[in-house]
Design a protein around this ligand. Sequence first.
Ligand SMILES: C[S@@+](CC[C@H](N)C(=O)[O-])C[C@H]1O[C@@H](n2cnc3c(N)ncnc32)[C@H](O)[C@@H]1O
Length: 274
Amino acid sequence: MAVTPADFDYISKIVREQCAIVLEKGKEYLVESRIMPLVHQEKLESIENLVKKIKQEPRGSLKDAVIEAMTTNETSFYRDIHPFETLKKEIFPELIEKRKAKRELNIWCGASSSGQEPYSLVMLLKNDFPQLNSWNLSFSASDISNQMLNRCKSGIYSQLEVNRGLPAPLMVKYFERIGTEWQVKEELRKMVQFRIINLSEAWPTMPQLDLVMMRNVLIYFDVEMKKNILGRVRKLLRPDGYLFLGAAETTLNLDENFERMPFKQSGCYRLKQG
Ligand SMILES: C[S@@+](CC[C@H](N)C(=O)[O-])C[C@H]1O[C@@H](n2cnc3c(N)ncnc32)[C@H](O)[C@@H]1O
């Protein structure tokens, strides 16, 4: 069912206000395909009726449901693989060496979706850097979506999801079978604090960070919001900490305080040194 220009404008406006995602003209198909299941679920018959209901009850839960529906949650274990190779071969060995006196590492995944990214990292740390078991590791992962956060906390994935990127030996080692699904073992789930953070609003207090994963989320925001978020990440990062962005994202022309590291297709950045 087609969305009218007025309803498209209204939905674009509330999505931008609530989570900074930009829906440009031409994305009507996206709104239609993402919102129609909600229209059916709410027995509202049309997007027009849905918009009317939101206008009548602007503080109602329907608005949140629209935001949930319009966020793209695409993710997978060890997505794009190169960033994780770089973390394993370059970044963690360096950070561990530099932090060995204090034995402390602080990590934040700023758009964790259903959790494959933070759990990929936790498995990497557990499997390849067992010396960190006795370190003080603070690992938080956040997303704007309640549904996604609940999925992160449960750590439960379908066969299809584990087939996407998770090496079999890691699945055997770190997952338990529940019926037809797979759950990340509790010892790994306990290592991550999951919470809601809307990147476009104020962030809670966080420690100085050694590693920030902010992958495949800036791409949805306008230039001002990208600059704003990178500026805040810059203040949170330790001077020798690292930021990872998605393959289609960059700090170039947004924040000149970052420099790209020459690691193959990793989207790895640090603050300019000196
Ligand atoms: C495409 S996923 C990326 C997941 C993961 N980082 C990866 O690269 O595989 C984008 C995530 O950003 C989240 N998101 C969108 N807008 C957000 C906002 N304003 N604040 C926090 N998270 C947001 C979405 O809910 C979604 O889970």
